[in-house]
Design a protein around this ligand. Structure first.
Ligand code: ZN
Length: 511
């Protein structure tokens, strides 16, 4: 039974239990009817409601459900990644009826924003999924690869008997992907796109990965108008290849990511940092393993490595991209010029026809080819997914290379709580991989300069780009410490109203 009174399709028992008012704006967290009688005058019916179905209290599983006048729009449909508690949520039914959701809209293609679509569709969602054209192409690659890797991991777990499940199953299979792809519909990169009488959208560059956007959602109901901005993932202003992020002009409400809300990225050039580590490891005869989301960071790394090679700052080492997905994604990066920043556009026209590939690179598509990399004993660089070492082929490379102190692991992206990447970052001496304890002797290097996310001051810069303060800013997509630190910073620096989104919380937005 769904609570139709709230119109959001969320079962009443799963709602949170507090309420408070901020500057006349009500944030109800459900209570019993008697307790819910407001002490303040509440003379308007809420125009819209947003329910945080993911990326609240964590950085994965992005799903924000907007309900207006009986219509429901889901912004992003991401996979939870991290510890068992988070991953188990992927197996649970969505706490809202998928059949009652009218539309999905995507901010970008990363799996923590798209990777639960196959489950949503399998559970009965059949409406359009709107996204940027590049996002649609990347999502196809990512979803097919995600299904493939899950099948591979489940098979491997069953063979090795190191799973806590009696019969390890993939969350979805390759057969689940085509029904999702049929629902994807492109929206314009600029200008307004009308979804329905209630909703229209505008996209703004987010500078995070190819096709990434912040979405300005205009809600119309009974002649009233309200603007809600979803930041998506915001890239750093100095991200190579892509245009920098752009703040929409105005918002009544903002849902802003807070991944690095408590941290700045290290200063200095990414090229210098990368040159140091490559030369250091090559000189001692070691290899570098880089857990890398195959979309985004792989292309950034290849671009930087190619520049270092061209400037003769590093030796020409073999680079192995152990993911068929990375290959296709690189083609897309070159093709979607509307996303390219000025420098990259100049690079492409300057005669460097292959700016995203190093001089000696190898693409490995099959598991057999992947295993061949184990036999390489001279210095090399290996890039493979997943980026937080939660699964995928990177685990085989880590198991093989971690015990040798000549090697290095470069952590270039955010490493969520509960992941092997986070354990490495925190200095673990043993890492459990495929049921075995692997000693960590290799050097572990964090390269925040390569992050695809804005650091704390860049998030403040993005927020500061709104012409007037939003009535409320909800912080999503951040671990508790990061969201809390950003809340304090925004309150202090911008004097805005800020609230940290809670998992399954519903908030009412008043015009
Ligand atoms: Zn992302």
């Amino acid at each position: 039974m769904y609570n139709t009174a709230t119109g959001n399709g969320i079962p009443r028992q799963q709602e949170c239990h507090q309420s408070h008012a901020t500057n006349g704006y009500l944030i109800p967290r459900r209570q019993s009817a008697s307790l819910r009688r407001p002490r303040f005058v509440y003379n308007t019916h809420p125009m819209a409601q947003v329910t945080f179905l993911g990326a609240a209290g964590c950085v994965t599983g992005s799903k924000h459900l907007v309900a207006v006048g009986g219509k429901r729009l889901l912004v992003d449909c991401g996979l939870f990644q991290g510890g068992h508690e988070l991953k188990d949520r992927n197996w649970q039914p969505l706490p809202a009826d998928p059949k009652a959701i009218d539309w999905v809209v995507l901010t970008h293609a990363h799996l923590d924003h798209t990777g639960w679509l196959p489950r949503l569709v399998r559970a009965g969602f059949h409406g359009p999924v709107f996204a940027d054209a590049a996002t649609i192409e990347l999502a196809e690659i990512l979803l097919r690869d995600s299904a493939h890797l899950q099948e591979e991991d489940a098979e491997h777990a069953a063979r090795g008997k190191y799973t806590r499940h009696a019969t390890p199953l993939p969350l979805y299979t390759r057969e689940d992907i085509d029904p999702v792809l049929r629902l994807l519909k492109a929206i314009p990169r600029a200008g307004s796109f009308i979804i329905s009488p209630e909703f229209s959208l505008r996209s703004f560059d987010a500078g995070h990965i190819l096709g990434s956007a912040s979405l300005e959602l205009t809600i119309n109901e009974d002649g009233k108008r309200m603007v809600v901005v979803f930041s998506g993932d915001i890239g750093p202003y100095s991200q190579p290849i892509l245009k920098p992020p752009q703040t929409p002009p105005q918002a009544d409400f903002v849902l802003c990511e807070s991944t690095y809300g408590d941290r700045e990225h290290p200063g200095g050039s990414a090229l210098d940092a990368l040159a140091d580590i490559v030369n250091r490891v090559a000189q001692r005869g070691g290899s570098i393993v880089i857990p890398s989301f195959a979309v985004g960071r792989t292309q950034t790394l290849m671009y930087l490595l190619r520049q270092l090679e061209d400037y003769h700052r590093i030796p020409h080492l073999p680079v192995y991209i152990d993911s068929p997905m990375a290959v296709s994604a690189t083609d897309l990066y070159l093709r979607h010029r509307e996303d390219h920043d000025v420098e990259f556009a100049r690079e492409e026209t300057s005669g460097n026809r292959d700016p995203l590939n190093t001089h000696e690179f190898h693409l490995t598509r099959t598991p057999e080819e992947s295993k061949q990399i184990n036999k390489v004993t001279s210095p090399c660089i290996i890039l493979s997914a997943s980026g937080m070492a939660t699964g995928g082929r990177i685990l085989f490379h880590l198991a093989r290379r971690l015990p040798d102190r000549r090697n290095a692991v470069v952590l270039a992206g955010f490493q969520a709580e509960g992941t092997r990447g986070r354990a490495l970052l925190e200095g673990t001496k043993m890492l459990r991989i495929h049921g075995q304890e692997v000693p960590v002797c290799a050097e572990v290097v964090e390269m925040g300069q390569l992050s695809a996310h804005a650091g704390k001051s860049e998030l403040l810069r993005w927020l500061g780009g709104f012409a007037t303060p939003p009535r409320m800013t909800f912080l999503v997509h951040g671990e508790p410490a990061a969201a809390s630190a950003l809340k304090t910073s925004v309150e202090t620096a911008l004097k805005w109203n800020v609230s940290i989104a809670a998992y399954l919380q519903t908030v009412e937005l008043n015009a």
